[in-house]
Design a protein around this ligand. Sequence first.
Ligand code: DAH
Length: 372
Amino acid sequence: MTDITSQTKAALSAIAAAESLEALETLRLETLGKKGWVSLALKTLGGMSSEERTAAAPAIQSSRASIADALESRKAALEAAALDAQLARETIDLTLPAMAAPRGSVHPVSQVMDELAEIFADLGFSVATGPEIEDDWHNFTALNMDETHPARAMHDTFYFPDKTDASDGKSGEREILLRTHTSPVQIRSMLAQGAPIRLIAPGRVYRSDSDATHTPMFHQVEGLVVGKDIHLGHLKWTLETFFKAFFEREDISLRLRPSYFPFTEPSVEVDVGYSNQGGRRVVGGHGDAPGHAWMELGGSGMINTRVLEFAGLDPAEYQGFAFGLGIDRIAMLKYGMNDLRAFFDGDGRWLAHYGFSPFDQPTLSAGVGARA
Ligand code: DAH
């Protein structure tokens, strides 16, 4: 009896002094574990006569209960101490200067898209989007490029193996593809909203093409204006006004060169005058002046009447203009990069150099291209 009492006392003080959860577990095994002395003592009760058992049992039972309680409370105390230590270790010092931490930046493409939205919003344009996985009706047919049109072959299109049924009640299967330009958003927007309409549609487009100025994925912005008395003069004014605001200089000269697109008639290509200064292309001045040249930035024209019909509008009532510009190209011109592929490498050093502060929201009042 005294044996159990003193053994229990020794165990309780060892438990109270245990410094770690591992040490506590060792003590549990030595006492209440299968081969622990308390368990073995309990087992001896089975072989006793009933008087012996009545005399011996209470001491063993109470030893087991007090040791179990002590183990549990010491465990809780050790766990609480471990949590406190962890919390103390993992404190975040909110007073540390933010510069010490690595910072993200706004990609030039995102920045330019925000600049576009800001400038065109001021001219009364809304921003529209469309799916990057398109069908060939929206990407080609409705833009006046039927199955046999040679321009389809010029687009280096990525096709999916599957086909889809026309979702809008028109008959026939459609090819599924990655849109090769943002022009299908014209069709989707006119079908959904009717006319008059005035929007831009920036976004990703895809072509199987790759070198220093071409990547398989790149960005375009589409412009679309449809109304009752829209003419080529509106197109020229809109592009000029946009480029002056975008490049933040007045001496922008645009050249509209006769061209061909299936979805516009007449069609023009849009060139902007630039000069080479210290190996860098700088927009401004007349492209025919000494030391200056023209750079092509996109296509545009008056919307082909066939396209208006495909989009559900009556060409006798409505006409309009459209344009498509390469966002990456105008970003390279404005911010001085010379290799398009670096846009999509995700290199932190490039992003730190060419990226923008998230605090640098483009606004017309503060300047659409303000740099941190
Ligand atoms: N979609 C043409 C392309 O990707 C660009 C384009 C040209 C868009 C003329 C237009 C346009 O809206 O009117 O090459």
